[in-house]
Design a protein around this ligand. Structure first.
Ligand SMILES: [Zn+2]
Ligand SMILES: [Zn+2]
Length: 157
């Protein structure tokens, strides 16, 4: 976990003014990888005391725009934030419990930055989400249908 003074220079290098809410939000995103805004908000509030939800949203937006924070949004879930930026890692999401895990590329593998028939686009980022069930969920109910499938089954008369 970087120190507050490290966060200050990170903000300054990105051309952002150093403010207490920005430091607190950066710290919260570092401390809670893949957290949603509610989690970040309560972490920031426990550090700063009184702070509005809107202020935290605004800071998250500024940090995301400056690429100090990465935002991604698994289908059907709230937006998530993380401080691990610029390495093109991807995510595994468990359909059953919602657990989110980072997955690395094989070293030097940039194949997913090279779309087939890319129409001349210069791609600088890809978002891949692998959906499935995490190991504990599989262990708990091997061979069981996914949450989505169960919902469909229930809806079936
Ligand atoms: Zn799970
Ligand atoms: Zn991640």
């Amino acid at each position: 976990m970087p120190t507050p003074s490290r966060f200050s220079s990170v903000l300054r290098e990105a051309g952002l003014r150093v403010t207490r809410p920005r430091l607190a939000v950066l710290g919260a995103v570092h401390g809670h990888p893949h957290a949603d805004t509610d989690t970040i908000y309560s972490a920031v509030r426990s550090e700063l005391g009184e702070v509005s939800q809107q202020a935290v949203y605004d800071v998250l937006r500024a940090l995301t725009a400056a690429r100090l924070v990465r935002r991604f949004e698994p289908m059907g879930s709230a937006a998530r934030y993380e401080a691990r930026v610029g390495d093109h890692h991807h995510h595994l999401v468990c359909r059953t419990c919602g657990d989110i895990v980072d997955v690395d590329h094989a070293a030097g593998d940039t194949s997913c930055l090279t779309p087939a028939g890319g129409s001349g686009y210069e791609v600088d980022e890809t978002e891949v989400i692998f959906w499935g069930r995490c190991a504990p969920c599989v262990a708990e109910s091997p061979g069981r249908a996914t949450a989505d499938q169960r919902r469909l089954d229930r809806a079936d008369p």
